[in-house]
Design a protein around this ligand. Structure first.
Ligand SMILES: Cc1cc2nc3c(=O)[nH]c(=O)nc-3n(C[C@H](O)[C@H](O)[C@H](O)COP(=O)(O)OP(=O)(O)OC[C@H]3O[C@@H](n4cnc5c(N)ncnc54)[C@H](O)[C@@H]3O)c2cc1C
Length: 445
């Protein structure tokens, strides 16, 4: 059994590390899907540097299900609760993102097992049939070809499918795109950012980068940015496995939480089950046992097991844009960051190039509304619950270096995980997933 993701299982060469002070127009912090799209959209016109604290394409991106689709469970309906216009614009943005991936794959000849597939949303609950029928109608109105369908693989009461959607291996996409690019550095962590006159100075342990623009493509923004991100968002944790099973190419997801998401990859199948949020479900072994039991119902047995977390926002829309002068963020993807991460590169490049972009307002990271204020309260209490759970159930002294939540030892993957904001540390205390920026001290481990 491999306790890492199926996408991480490929042979890679180490890329270069930053070894001098350097000056550029644009610094991208983070080498995941978001950083790769930023680089693609900006490096031809500006001197652009990308730094990655660990390995390129090995963060949250490498632990996803690798689907490129607008068939995003009940997310479209959640956005429709705000307005149909917003939901239509969001769908349009996701289609545009898929087209961008298509273009990058072709232009750069990237080997990443990119394949077209039907995407299905299904329900096994009577009360959701009408919701899915309404969603089908709404998608049709948005000029999307959509049908109802039957499923053999999994028990369902109603299902709808769309056609122009894709799947790929997300780590191969990011790694193969960035591996030969000139100004891309691995094992280079930004530990501090200071604004001095018209420039940002971004510091690694040994060197600094002077830049006009800085883009935090680090999954979770930090570095003292305004607008209270730790309390404006929460994290959702999922448990995933992959095993051998032949099936026609398929990509499907349940309509509502707790989600089941399945996709094929060559002669294998990836199966995801989510735990709603990470605050209440901190027993990883039990959650893995539940996942394995559910997958065995379709004759799937694990050869890879892993977990992943993503950042959820109170209005189900990402935060993409300028957060303070010449500093940008792209985050809060609500578990659909392969499309939204790609899109963020286009949006931020348009802002820097002074080009009108239809999604700037929709994803404005400074937006606030009443609903959000309420969520802030909810998220504070969720964090408090996580904090207390950590203390009581785990009675430990492993404290996250981000905002001091007690860490939980995930014995299945041999990591220390933060239930509050999703930071993860390897067994030696090194940060593998941000927002934590500092490793654990030796005596914290
Ligand atoms: C279970 C699960 C399944 C998902 N499946 C899908 C899917 O099928 N389709 C979809 O569209 N979305 C999916 N998502 C969402 C998607 O995977 C993420 O939203 C997306 O990968 C985030 O990409 P990113 O580049 O922002 O983050 P990352 O991939 O984490 O990249 C950020 C990088 O920044 C680096 N970094 C952080 N701090 C620093 C620093 N100080 N200095 C230098 N580097 C730093 C990190 O090491 C990391 O490599 C899924 C999410 C989950 C949780």
């Amino acid at each position: 059994m491999k306790n890492y993701s199926i996408w991480q299982d490929f042979k890679r060469n180490d890329l270069k590390k930053l070894n001098k002070n350097i000056e550029c127009d644009i610094l991208i912090v983070g080498g995941g899907i978001t950083g790769s799209s930023m680089y693609y959209h900006l490096h031809k016109k500006f001197k652009t540097i990308l730094v990655e604290q660990n390995k390129i394409g090995d963060g949250v991106t490498s632990r996803s299900t690798g689907k490129l689709t607008f068939m995003q469970n009940d997310l479209i309906d959640k956005i429709r609760n705000q307005s149909n216009e917003k939901a239509s614009l969001y769908i349009k943005s996701q289609i545009e993102a898929i087209d961008i991936v298509k273009k990058i794959v072709q232009e750069e000849n990237i080997k990443c097992d990119f394949e077209k597939t039907e995407s299905i949303i299904y329900t096994d609950k009577d009360e959701e049939i009408v919701k899915l029928k309404n969603m089908k109608e709404f998608l049709s109105k948005n000029k999307i070809k959509i049908d109802s369908c039957n499923l053999d693989l999994i028990k369902s009461k109603y299902a709808i499918k769309a056609f122009d959607t894709y799947m790929f291996n997300p780590s191969l996409f990011v790694y193969n795109y960035l591996k030969n690019k000139e100004n891309v550095y691995e094992d280079t962590k930004i530990i501090n950012i200071k604004r001095i006159k018209d420039y940002y100075f971004c510091y690694t342990k040994d060197y600094n980068i002077k830049t006009k623009y800085v883009i935090l493509a680090s999954h979770y923004p930090y570095f003292n940015i305004p607008y209270f991100f730790p309390i404006k968002s929460y994290i959702e944790k999922s448990y995933l496995m992959a095993g051998s099973k032949r099936n026609n190419p398929i990509s499907l997801i349940s309509y509502s939480s707790p989600f089941i998401s399945i996709r094929t990859y060559k002669n294998k199948m990836v199966y995801l089950s989510n735990s709603n949020n990470s605050y209440n479900n901190i027993n990883d072994t039990k959650n893995f046992d539940d996942l394995i039991k559910k997958a065995s119902d379709i004759g799937l047995f694990p050869s890879y097991l892993w977990t992943n977390t993503d950042i959820m926002t109170s209005d189900n829309l990402p935060y993409i844009g300028m957060i303070k002068e010449n500093m940008f963020i792209a985050t809060g993807y609500n578990t659909w960051g392969l499309t939204n991460g790609i899109l963020s590169g286009k949006i931020i490049s348009d802002i820097i190039n002074n080009i009108k972009n239809p999604y700037i307002n929709l994803f404005n990271p400074k937006r606030v509304n009443l609903k959000k204020e309420l969520n802030i309260v909810t998220n504070i209490s969720k964090n408090a619950v996580a904090y207390i759970n950590g203390l009581i159930k785990h009675n430990n002294n492993h404290i996250c270096t981000h905002m001091y939540c007690p860490l939980i030892y995930n014995k299945d993957e041999n990591t220390y995980d933060c239930p509050c904001h999703g930071s993860r540390f390897d067994i030696n205390g090194e940060v593998i997933i941000s927002p934590a920026n500092k490793n654990l001290k030796v005596n914290d481990k």
